[in-house]
Design a protein around this ligand. Structure first.
Ligand SMILES: *Cc1c(COP(=O)(O)O)cnc(C)c1O
Length: 393
């Protein structure tokens, strides 16, 4: 689907990247399982190597399966082109490598995904990159943290454990004025509910593993950007030999077709559970920006068009064994990391171990819930029985 009127997200999600009649009219583009690609003659081979973006030249450089998923994600982001890598974490690390080098300074939000922090504190440090973590609520005040050598700002909004919403347009504007690259981990909202590139951010990163995959059965990352950043990112992705597997790309393409229907339900159930939990006596506060009482609600409302199914529940002070009794007895919530699949999940989290710019101060334990596609009333009943165990232990 190219040219013509600019259509709505759900229409683009349904149609972009399908390949028209190219695949004999088959609705889902087939899986191209390829390393070698052959050419009819030397002249065609030479032309393909000169203009690789117009040809399929080698499996690692992309097949029609790759291009279909790239087109679908870029259409949703509303700008730029998309590169695919083997995991969400790889998308973050390669995008950072393309943005900073020895002697540079990098600003990273304190609420960033913990493995991204580990990469900054180990690999980037070894490469001679200085990293400063900043308060997620800093907004335009980030200008005060810029140094002569600050080359990039990394955002994640909201943070996937503590759920602070950042003032993305303000931070992106400061970065641009300072000649620095801005990059955001946009996994929580997905590009369906938040479009960073349209708000001035240079690079939008998505763990496809989560909601685009949507079925807890694949790992992939996507990086979307416009020129001139796109060429830099492409250089790094290609030179490091990163590529996503054909089967995973096919599954992600299947997943993205139903993203809008799934997210609408995840959002509705999360809102129901979050509202109910926020009124429970065992709960100190629910961390979910779509809740009107959430400190990030105003920013969320102005910049996002929806919320996903992931939220935090800050409990009143309870002992670890009581929290374990709450979680262990749940029948419908799996205990595990990751999220974005069709199933509900719960996991205890301790942000104290990862925060450095703004220490996490809470008097009680934090659990993170992913609201799946089950009947909301069943999820609520399961949690209600869990809260009874929490109090009894
Ligand atoms: C899961 C996750 C990632 C990493 O994705 P993987 O595919 O697991 O490597 C990055 N950022 C956020 C916010 C995530 O939740």
């Amino acid at each position: 689907m190219t040219g013509g009127p600019r259509r709505g997200d759900r229409t683009r999600l349904t149609h972009t990247g399908r390949g028209g009649t190219r695949h004999h009219g088959v609705v889902n583009p087939p899986i191209y399982q390829a390393s070698t690609v052959t050419f009819p003659d030397v002249a065609t081979l030479k032309e393909a190597m000169r203009t690789p973006d117009r040809f399929v030249t080698y499996g690692r450089r992309g097949t029609p399966t790759t291009f279909a998923l790239q087109d679908a994600i870029a259409a949703l982001e509303g700008a730029g082109s998309t590169l695919l890598v083997p995991s969400g974490l790889a998308a973050i690390t390669v995008a950072l490598l393309a943005s900073v080098g020895p002697g540079d300074h990098l600003l990273v939000v304190d609420s960033a995904y913990a493995p991204a922090r580990t990469f900054c504190d180990t690999t980037l440090k070894q490469l001679g990159v200085e990293v400063t973590y900043y308060d997620p609520h800093i907004g335009a005040g980030i200008d005060g943290l810029f140094r002569r050598n600050t080359r990039a700002v990394f955002l994640e909004s909201p943070g996937s454990i503590t759920f602070e919403v950042q003032d993305v347009p303000a931070i992106a504007a400061v970065a641009r004025a300072r000649g620095a690259v801005s990059l955001i981990d946009n996994t929580w909202a997905t590009p369906l509910f938040f479009k960073p590139l349209l708000l001035g951010v240079d690079v939008s990163i998505q763990a496809v593993t989560k909601y685009i995959g949507g079925h807890a059965d694949l790992m992939m990352g996507a990086i979307t950007a416009s020129e001139p950043m796109l060429s830099k990112l492409r250089h790094w992705v290609y030179s490091m030999g990163l590529c996503a597997g054909p089967q995973d790309m096919y599954l992600a393409l299947r997943g993205i077709r139903t993203l809008s229907a799934r997210l609408a339900q995840h959002q509705q159930t999360a809102m129901q559970l979050a509202t109910w939990l926020s009124q429970r006596p065992e709960v100190e506060r629910v961390l979910y920006p779509p809740l009107p009482s959430d400190p990030g609600h105003r920013l969320w409302k102005s910049d996002f068009t929806g919320g996903s199914g992931l939220f935090g529940v800050l409990l009143k002070p309870f002992a670890d064994n009581a929290v374990a009794a709450f979680i262990d007895g749940l029948e419908l919530f799996g205990i595990g990391y990751s999220w974005g699949g069709f199933e509900s999940l719960i996991v205890p989290q301790d942000p104290r171990q990862i925060r450095t710019a703004v220490p996490w101060q809470a008097s009680g334990p934090l659990v993170r819930i992913h609201a799946g596609l089950e009947d909301p009333d069943d999820l609520r009943a399961d949690l209600e029985a869990g809260l009874a165990r929490l109090k009894k232990s």
